[in-house]
Design a binder for this molecule. Structure first.
Ligand code: PLP
Length: 385
């Protein structure tokens, strides 16, 4: 049967299912072996050593490349390792153009590697196309995009930035962690690379740390594979197995989660203690129109600003009961994080101020709990604040 035109839902649910030739296992087995026998001298089999390649990781890579519409993918030990693998491709003197409001860890990695002379970095507000064009010229090597952004949910026009970057000779990488390929396919908008923290929606159960880089063109896959092997950042078979299991239910999870997120965003908009709600599904969100065009859904991440700053945050988070105060996102359980002291603490106060991340801001990852229970938890936290 021709599988090349399969729907992404089908790929997520069954890619690799019922392909085991040894015992007919329906679920593809996990291959933990670190090494593989050579059939004869100078005649390696399909696999030799698991840092280089591994059957379980290969199936996950193939599935992720298919879901993103790419030519190939490299699965890494974390989302940061995936971003770093891309950065490894640059040379001293080359420039990266990055969003001024990117994930705090990525911000710190870029600044730290720039300080070591690995490349130059320019942070820009990517809604300002003139600034992006100026930062790309003379020729930048790579433009990083994170959309929707973490934690303010700003939506960036991937196609417009890709056109500017390509005209200047730069490649474009999109961090698709917040939406997953179920809700956004950056390669269809001319991105050259997609990166993920698979820790989040792709695995979806908060029990794996992992990452991936997907390349749109075959020619860009091999250098990533080589470099991942060289630096030893490839993902483990066990994490690959769990991530593949998580992907089976990706569409069902995120589609349900985003319905609840929309209801909670509307609920939060009506609370007197809330100064602003950032959710691309709301008509009041500045990126709503673009999100409608570019995304296949609005996702299940939102953030909101409390009147009363840090003190109000302290009272609010000490009163939530069902929702957990924790970093990370994309799992089946709802989480609330305080970016200024948690996920984005490493950016430093000045960079946070420039990015618009205030002390009253809370970020919420909406899980699979019942909408009524989540609203009740938020309502009682507001009532006791
Ligand atoms: N990119 C984004 C948008 C993230 O939110 C994160 C982590 O929160 C990362 C990358 C880094 O991923 P990991 O924690 O898996 O290394």
């Amino acid at each position: 049967m021709d599988t090349s035109s399969r729907d992404e839902r089908t790929i997520a649910a069954v890619n690799g299912i019922a392909t085991d030739s040894a015992f007919g296992a329906v679920t593809p087995p996990i291959y933990l072996s670190s090494n593989y026998a050579f059939p004869a001298l100078e005649k390696p089999g399909a696999f030799e050593y698991s840092r280089t390649s591994n059957p379980t990781r290969s199936l996950l890579s193939e599935t992720l490349a298919l879901l993103e519409g790419g030519a190939g993918a490299v699965v890494t030990s974390s989302g940061m390792a995936a971003v770093n693998l891309l950065l490894d491709q640059l040379n001293p003197g080359q420039r990266i153009v990055a969003p001024h409001d990117c994930y705090g860890g990525v911000y710190r990695l870029l600044v730290s590697r720039q300080a070591k002379g690995h490349f130059d970095v320019q942070f820009v507000d990517q809604s300002d196309f003139a600034s992006v064009a100026a930062a790309c010229s003379p020729a930048a090597a790579l433009v990083l995009i994170e959309t929707p952004s973490n934690p303010l949910m700003r939506v960036t026009d991937i196609r417009a930035i890709a056109d500017i970057a390509h005209a200047a000779g730069a490649k474009v990488a999109v961090d698709n962690t917040f939406l997953s390929p179920a809700l956004q396919r950056p390669i269809a908008h001319r991105a050259d690379f997609v990166v993920h923290s698979t820790t989040k929606y792709l695995n979806g159960h908060s029990d794996v740390v992992g990452g991936v880089v997907v390349a749109a063109k075959a020619v860009d896959v091999e250098p990533l594979r080589d470099w991942a092997n060289l630096t030893g950042v490839t993902g483990s078979p066990f994490d690959s197995y769990l991530t593949l299991r998580g992907i089976r239910s990706l569409f069902a999870r995120i589609e349900r989660q985003q319905i609840t997120a929309m209801a909670l965003a509307e609920f939060l908009e009506g609370q007197p203690q809330v100064r602003a709600v950032h959710y691309p599904g709301l008509c009041s969100h500045s990126g709503h129109g673009l999100a409608r065009k570019q995304q296949l859904g609005f996702g299940a991440m939102l953030s909101f600003e409390l009147q009363g700053g840090l003190e109000a945050v302290r009272r609010f988070v000490s009163n939530i009961k069902l929702i957990t105060l924790a970093e990370s996102l994309g799992g089946v359980e709802s989480l609330i994080a305080h970016p200024a002291t948690m996920t984005h603490a490493s950016m430093g106060a000045d960079a946070r101020r420039a990015a618009g991340i205030g002390e009253g801001l809370l970020r919420m990852s909406v899980g699979l709990e019942g909408e009524r229970d989540l609203k009740a938890d938020l309502a009682q936290a507001f009532a006791s604040t």
